[in-house]
Write a protein that binds this ligand. Structure first.
Ligand code: PMV
Length: 312
């Protein structure tokens, strides 16, 4: 059996502005992951793959899966990349602990775990860059105009400073940073939030471009704070980024409530993360404030709170 996994992710700063060419920072979240297992199938003829993804409620042969089905799409894209090799029938089983549609990079992680497992099983392991590019093809099918930040951070499994269309750029934190990820429990399709920002930008380009520029300044400063190992500064920049996301209209009362609760309970800073309108809020914390902020987030309505750490 061949197994490959890929982590979840959070965007620390720069979401939405990143779609308009500004930089953004994302980090892997290894507490959750997608895992793909490939082995010989008991039945089926050569070149066939049986897909099984209990978390997605999916089970059936690849040939019967519609084009728009994300799992089938990454399998087909990977086989094409490998030049359609011959192989005895296979069974692919996917398991994931990454919540869907909540900004934790579930779809990119699924694609990358599957592409890696399949390519490795067929004797042609993928580079991080190839895995990222394949996942991007599938992200594009489903999210319209993704920036590519999700597939990049998930494939490289390191903090990334991401600029759309640019080469993947990873960097090393100069110290340890702790975050709590509070889920509002409200599913929030990223494509919808991205479309709303697009409509706003079309109606008031000057104002939106100015907000994107301000966000870019925060992202540049945040990278320096992370490299310098300065969580206090990072927290302040996250607060400022949240305020600018309010200006863009992509937060929600629930996200604002969680961010306020985290700050009141001693977080160094807090903001929504990802597409917004629901999904997750992230708070920068210290080991001492983890318990109080966790408790405050649940009291303010979080349905789950995940603790993650990013370090050198
Ligand atoms: O919802 P997420 O975490 O997949 O992030 C979306 C980030 C956006 O900047 C809003 C869109 C994008 O493609 O970068």
């Amino acid at each position: 059996m061949t197994t490959a996994s890929a982590p979840g992710k959070i965007i620390l700063l720069g979401e939405h502005a990143v779609v308009y060419g500004r930089p953004a920072i994302a980090v892997p979240v290894r507490q959750v992951e997608a895992c793909a297992h490939i082995e010989a199938a008991q039945a089926g003829s050569s070149g066939e793959i049986f897909l099984e993804a209990p978390d997605l409620g999916l089970s059936g042969w690849l040939r019967e899966a519609p084009d728009g089905q994300p799992l089938a799409a990454i399998v087909r894209a990977t086989l094409e990349k490998l030049g359609h090799p011959d192989f005895p029938a296979l069974r692919l089983r996917l398991e994931s602990t990454i919540p869907i549609a909540s900004g934790l990079g579930s779809s990119a992680a699924v694609s990358i775990a599957v592409a890696r497992a399949l390519a490795a099983h067929l004797g042609s392991p993928l580079s991080d860059r190839d895995a990222s590019d394949l996942a991007f093809e599938v992200e594009r099918l489903h999210h319209g105009t993704p920036s590519g930040i999700d597939n990049t951070v998930v494939a490289f499994d390191r903090p990334v400073y991401f600029v759309k269309g640019g080469p993947p750029e990873t960097f090393v934190p100069g110290g340890s940073f702790e975050f709590l990820i509070g889920d509002t429990g409200i599913p929030a399709p990223t494509a919808q939030a991205v479309a709303e920002v697009r409509a706003g930008w079309e109606a008031a380009r000057g104002e939106f471009e100015a907000t994107f520029d301000s966000i870019a300044d925060l992202v540049v400063a945040a990278r320096a704070a992370i490299v310098a190992g300065n969580p206090v500064e990072l927290g302040t920049l996250m607060d400022q980024n949240h305020d600018l996301l309010v200006v863009l209209g992509v937060t929600s009362p629930e996200l604002d409530l969680l961010a306020d609760a985290a700050r009141s309970a001693g977080a160094l800073g807090a903001k929504m993360s990802g597409g917004g309108k629901g999904g997750n809020m992230i708070a920068a914390v210290t080991p001492e404030t983890v318990p109080s902020v966790t408790q405050a987030l649940y009291a303010a309505g979080a349905v789950s709170v995940l603790h993650t750490e990013v370090g050198p």
